[in-house]
Design a protein around this ligand. Sequence first.
Ligand SMILES: [Zn+2]
Length: 220
Amino acid sequence: MPELNLVLLGPPGSGKGTQGERLNADLHLPYYATGDILRGAVRDETELGKTAKQYMDNGELVPDEVIVGVIAERIDSEEAAEGFILDGFPRTTPQAEALDAKLAELGRKVTSVLLIDVTDDEVVRRLGGRRTCEAEGHVYHVEFNPPKVAGICDIDGSPLVVRDDDKPDVIRKRLSTYHEKTEPLVAYYEGTGVLTRVDGVRPPDEVTAELREVLAGISA
Ligand SMILES: [Zn+2]
């Protein structure tokens, strides 16, 4: 099997997390969701967490030198030897260049970039209704995936909250950050010939099916 070094791209609320977890189960590759890694650090009040929190609370991107160090450490590990799935990194062209440089150092490269395309209106609808479990980060939606009991996690019974970065003005800020900083990545990866676009305004199962087809084409 060739290595599968994957990057998931898409606006916040595009379903990257759901798709990343499914690919993680399918492919047995480590799934590195940068947002979860950072939120874990914030919760545990590590040095990284304290630095990152100031930026995340304002809907801004965590600076490159902070995030690049964290990701590089994971990619250069035994568990990622056959490949990995990155979600939430890279988010800017300099980060993509830093990733390429790190991989080149290891004799590797990005195999495929999967862009899950979703409109701004759909993003607002999806994120505005999102509720997250305080204990473990299990995610629900008031409209699409409600818990059995309102406000309570089905899995561990802990309270569901609106994450700071799912609040309306922060959603708008995240979208404008995405358009400004992350969209140039699409052009960057189109240039290296590894980008595939997938329509994300469809049921998650259809998106998963298409992603599997794309990846089957790559590993064949
Ligand atoms: Zn939970």
